[in-house]
Design a binder for this molecule. Structure first.
Ligand SMILES: [Zn+2]
Ligand SMILES: [Zn+2]
Length: 212
């Protein structure tokens, strides 16, 4: 599995290209900004985008979705419970102090426990509400390698904020404990911002949510 993760946009959202090296089919996770950079990396990898997925629908994670969708023709997917956030992008833009990005049609087709595929790689959808009502984490798998994408649900030694629209701290803790901490502890976790971590490290050392 070929994974390329890089920060995009003014808030440094981690965008990832997840690619099956054999077929070159790829899934893009959280194209939050800097479309030109994302496009250049996809072209360099010879990637064929088959899906665009979002860990949630905050503006810093969907800022370049429309141009990427238009260029690649791939379906752009969110969890339906986050649609209201896309409908209020102007409000989000005002809060962050940026211009309102171009918008496109989003499929509300990310459903808990569904599996997306790109060539030989699979991507398991985990609905993990808390940071937003439609927050999702993804676990990509190819052969014996696995990697998780946690969005703004779990960070290295931290957790996502819950003071924005539809945030719920109790639900967030429940999502992390039930859905993320139950994964194999060796799995690397790409977070929504900043450095990556592993499930085991956070289970042991995350000061906000630990299993006793
Ligand atoms: Zn967020
Ligand atoms: Zn974010």
């Amino acid at each position: 599995m070929h994974i390329e993760t890089f920060p995009v946009g003014p808030l440094g959202c981690n965008c990832s290209i997840v690619l099956d090296p054999q077929s070159k089919d790829a899934i893009v996770v959280d194209p939050g900004g800097d479309f030109d950079d994302i496009q250049r990396r996809l072209q360099k990898a010879g990637a064929k985008v088959v899906a665009i997925v979002h860990t949630h629908t905050h503006i810093d994670h969907v800022g370049a979705t429309a141009p990427l969708q238009e260029w690649s023709g791939a379906p752009a997917k969110i969890h339906e419970a986050d649609r209201f956030l896309y409908d209020m992008l102007p409000v989000q833009a005002a809060l962050v102090g940026t211009d309102q990005p171009e918008t496109c049609d989003l499929e509300g087709s990310l459903v808990d426990d569904h599996v997306l595929s790109a060539g030989a790689l699979s991507m398991h959808v985990l609905h993990t509400p808390g940071h937003t009502p439609g927050s999702c984490c993804f676990v990509a798998k190819l052969g014996s390698s696995q990697i998780a994408f946690a969005g703004d649900t779990l960070f290295r030694r931290s957790i996502g904020r819950t003071d924005l629209w539809g945030g719920d701290s109790e639900l967030l803790l429940k999502s992390i404990k039930k859905r993320l901490y139950s994964l194999d502890e060796s799995i690397q976790v790409i977070t929504g911002h900043g450095p990556s971590t592993t499930i085991g490290e956070e289970r042991r050392a995350n000061p906000f949510v630990r299993l006793k």
